[in-house]
Design a protein around this ligand. Structure first.
Ligand SMILES: Cc1cc2nc3c(=O)[nH]c(=O)nc-3n(C[C@H](O)[C@H](O)[C@H](O)COP(=O)(O)OP(=O)(O)OC[C@H]3O[C@@H](n4cnc5c(N)ncnc54)[C@H](O)[C@@H]3O)c2cc1C
Length: 441
């Protein structure tokens, strides 16, 4: 196993001391084994122990908790599902687009409540969200989405005009915005590591630097997982491996990893922030397919992410660094906020998100009811994974609930083709997104 230096993987992963738990050595027998120490795995463990405190639960993470997307993301606790509400409505129908949004509202509220209930120190703030229109075409795109939301009977989102948005965050590029109070911002590494403390307090055994290298079933319908120095005999397994799931036999065609990238400035001074305003500190995205997402950190650094994405061929997961995207993001900061043209950058990183062929999440049973998986959170999994943890726990406990009845649970997922077709298909989808964006920019 390559022991990765997780501190290099994002700024967030440098913002707190961290004590690793020991790897698995030897054999253990558990009720539920969870593979993957991101938000999905951590919250599944939490909800399992909350429902049945006597359950014997172990969580195995190949590197450290928060090593994947959960320790590297932009930190938006937001309602966006899949790519857009319009695309979800086209693919699944309007009723399901409504269901998805309501699930996401509940997910945002769940994350906020969990942070409060468990006193997790993750710099949580709840400043709301602006999806800004940077051209008349994007203004039309946003207004269509808001109309659709209203037609579906969804509230909490309104259009604000150019003056109103610039009064909040002053960029010469803004022509108006989707404004939505239901959005929080977190420090994702602090949240991941805070979760580890919570679940260990509940009695979950956490093993780090313990990659699961094989999974097989026994005659008595138990599942055997092996790690380099150990073996787990489990009644149930939850595969919370998200963007790494193409490396897991059985779910390898359900998703592909796609990398999104971030640059981070030094802390902005009051003088630098003054022309921008941003007193309410909202999270901001634009309306491109290949979005920009940006926010302030607790110490007033500007985090700017998105713009373009990276693919990897086959099993390669080494795409965190993309100098041309980093360069482009810095140029974008200067364009969006001209007063920051000379700002200094301290960090840049990337991480993989999980993408299904229809850009929609998918979770459920893998064949029999003793293996559960979750994939496809895209770049909008911070809130989603927290509610998915509750859904995965219900699935593991074989409870039928409103969560397990959600349309993306146990749905059919169209498989990604094998390489080289997978790369051709990914590039074709990306090219179509680029063309659409170019027409709107
Ligand atoms: C740069 C970036 C920015 C983002 N910004 C946002 C945002 O602002 N808002 C938002 O909602 N979403 C955002 N996302 C997406 C969000 O972070 C993810 O959807 C979410 O964190 C996924 O959580 P997870 O637990 O499912 O997966 P992960 O956090 O990726 O966890 C999976 C874990 O499984 C482990 N693992 C994999 N294989 C094995 C194995 N065989 N054995 C043991 N362990 C294994 C990995 O090491 C990893 O730690 C962003 C993602 C990235 C990369």
């Amino acid at each position: 196993m390559i022991k990765e230096n997780y501190r290099e993987k994002s700024y967030w992963l440098t913002t707190r001391d961290y004590q690793e738990d020991a790897p698995l050595e030897g054999d253990i027998r558990v009720d539920v084994a969870i593979v993957g120490g991101g938000f999905t795995g951590l919250t599944t463990a939490h909800f399992l122990k909350k429902a049945e405190p006597s359950l014997n639960v172990a969580l195995l993470e190949s590197q450290v908790i928060g090593f994947g997307a959960s320790g590297r993301n932009g930190g938006f606790n937001m309602t966006l599902f899949g790519l857009t509400m319009g695309i979800t409505a086209l693919r699944f129908g309007r009723a399901k687009a409504r269901e998805a949004h309501l699930y996401m509202e509940r997910a945002v509220d769940t994350l906020k409540a969990l942070v409060e209930e468990n006193s997790i120190d993750c710099d949580y703030e709840h400043p709301g969200f602006l999806r800004v229109a940077t051209s008349p075409q994007y203004a039309r795109r946003i207004r269509h989405e808001i109309e659709l939301a209203h037609e579906l009977g969804l509230g909490g989102i309104e259009w604000i005009d150019q003056d109103a948005v610039r009064e909040q965050v002053n960029s010469p590029t803004y022509l108006g915005a989707w404004s939505e109070p239901r959005c929080g911002l977190i420090n994702p590494a602090k949240l991941s590591w805070g979760w580890k403390g919570v679940i260990k307090g509940q009695g979950v055994a956490v093993y780090e630097r313990s990659p699961v290298i094989s999974m097989s079933k026994t005659g008595s319908n138990r599942v055997i997982l092996t790690t380099p120095n150990g073996r787990v005999d489990a009644a149930k397994v939850v595969l919370a491996t998200n963007a790494y799931s193409h490396l897991v036999p059985g779910i390898k065609w359900k998703q592909v990893p796609i990398w999104t990238h971030i640059v981070l400035t030094e802390p902005l001074t009051q003088k630098q922030l003054e022309p921008i305003g941003w007193k309410n500190r909202q999270g901001v995205e634009d309306a491109r397919n290949l979005v920009h997402y940006y926010r302030l950190t607790a110490d007033n650094r500007l985090l700017m992410g998105g713009r373009d994405i990276s693919f990897a061929y086959g099993y390669n997961m080494d795409k965190d660094i993309n100098e041309s995207v980093f360069k482009g993001l810095k140029k974008d900061v200067a364009q969006i906020f001209p007063s920051l043209a000379d700002v200094r950058y301290t960090h840049q990183w990337g991480g993989p998100v999980s993408v299904t062929t229809d850009l929609t999440p998918a979770m459920g049973y893998l064949g029999s009811k003793n293996v559960i998986y979750s994939v496809g959170c895209m770049g909008h999994g911070v809130s989603l994974t927290h509610l998915n943890g509750a859904t995965a726990a219900d699935l593991a406990l074989e409870k039928k609930t409103d969560l397990t009845d959600t349309f993306f649970v146990n749905r059919r997922v169209f498989p990604w083709p094998p390489e080289p077709l997978r790369m051709v298909a990914s590039k074709a989808i990306l090219a179509a997104m680029h063309v659409q964006d170019k027409l709107c920019d």
